[in-house]
Design a binder for this molecule. Sequence first.
Ligand code: NI
Length: 394
Amino acid sequence: MAAVDFRAEAEALFAYTQALRRDFHRHPELGFEEHRSAGIVAAELRKWGLEVTERVGKTGVVGVLRGAEAGPTVLVRADMDALPIQEENQTDYVSQNPGVMHACGHDGHMAMALTVARILSQHRDALHGTVKFVFQPAEEGLGGAESMVKDGVLEGVDYALAMHLWNEKPLGWLGIADGPTMAAADRFQVRIVGKGGHAAHPDLTEDPVLAAAQVVNALQSIVSRHVDPLEAAVVSVTMVQAGTAFNIIPQDARLEGTIRTFEPQVTSEVRSRFVRVVHGVAQAMGCRAEIDLAPLTPAVINHPAVAAVVREAAAEVLPDAAVDAQARTMGSEDMALMMYDIPGCYFFVGSANAAKGLDWPHHHPRFDFDERALPAGVAVMAAAVVRVLAQRPA
Ligand code: NI
């Protein structure tokens, strides 16, 4: 392996990374509307000599970098979309797009991936294979990964890597887990059908409001009574809707929410309990239930051998970092679709700095991160790409 000091190279390009990040931050774009961002990404990738394909999965961009030697292909994914949030920060790079904000750090993800592409383009001799940089639109629940996968972005890919700036942890922390690291997410929509009537004569009705209340309660027994206490699961009812007037018992009631799990056997157990509880309780209350339980994304599961190589890369470039090999969040990520059949690693780069007030959570109107996290992420990713191609973990 060529001895490249990726930390020094990432530091030397900090001004480049920061300028890109701030430009993206000033001009945030919602999912599948990332036209300006995609244009900049494509132009930068071409500048560094990559083969660029635009409009992959609608507004996505792919840049291919071929190493000096033949070998496997590693995909490096960065997401590009912003959120429908009015920014409340007062920085000179504050969002110029009213009601839209990079409040999750995807501006940083684009800037870091472009810097990795720039660095690796100058070290093709160190690359034993091909790097496919994938700039994905619409990560925030809009199906951007699915859209790129449908357009064939995974063809010929042997490994998949991605990273996320993480404001729940301070600068200097890295989360590089073995196995599941982000949760599988399901969305449920339930309609409880009863028999409406006059509020003064509930005896002549089958009250779907009472049934819905019992269902919400009973659902809380799934995690507490049916999931191994050493496993993680969430069942959250987030919407309850019924009725039109104070003196009418309505015909039906609607519930919506989400299920989050990590392990496939927990996912299927929670799903089947969910269906049983909803039908059973509704029926016991004289109603019936219609259930739409749809998987949104599978869990993001790191391949232990790939994660081990990424931890080696981190130890090489950031020997002082605090590495958490058990990092997990109940959040979900559509990168799971790109890692479903492909061994990969999704890691987190601590980006909070409480002393500077840079520790607001993701998706908050005051979210901002310490930009010193950018060269850290760049160095780890660049070193990880080189190591994965050279070592071919399996
Ligand atoms: Ni995000």
